[in-house]
Design a binder for this molecule. Structure first.
Ligand SMILES: [Zn+2]
Ligand SMILES: [Zn+2]
Length: 124
């Protein structure tokens, strides 16, 4: 599952759906609720569904990959968790985990923490 931490504009977004609409202005639809997204890039634009938990999103992605999404399926499906202003998973926790886990992740973790610090500051 990839992490989405950046978007196109400098405005804060008040939900994952709002932030995804900024990133994917040509999305066909953004359905559901939650901070975990399944992105279907097959065809023109994107079809996006949101899920409350990472497991639910991974299950939905599995089903999509297994069954395909229709006639013109290119198997171009992905899952992502979305860090929007004031929401999303516990990124600071994830960053700490990465730093502990391995050297390779340290740069990524530091960048992620900087991003979180910026968002937290903007929110205040
Ligand atoms: Zn934006
Ligand atoms: Zn497809």
């Amino acid at each position: 599952m990839k992490l989405i931490t950046t978007h196109r504009c400098t405005d804060p977004h008040d939900s994952a759906a709002d932030m995804l609409a900024c990133i994917y202005p040509r999305a066909r639809h953004i359905d559901g609720a939650g901070d975990y997204a399944v992105l279907n890039h097959c065809g023109r634009g994107q079809a996006i569904t949101l899920h409350a938990t990472e497991d639910a999103a991974e299950d939905a992605l599995d089903r999509l990959d297994r069954n395909g999404c229709g006639n013109a399926c290119e198997s171009n499906h992905a899952s992502a968790s979305v860090l929007w202003q004031g929401g999303g998973p516990d990124w600071q926790g994830i960053a700490r985990e990465w730093e502990r886990e391995a050297h390779d992740h340290q740069t990524e973790a530091i960048a992620l923490r900087a991003q979180v610090a910026l968002l937290t500051k903007e929110k205040a």
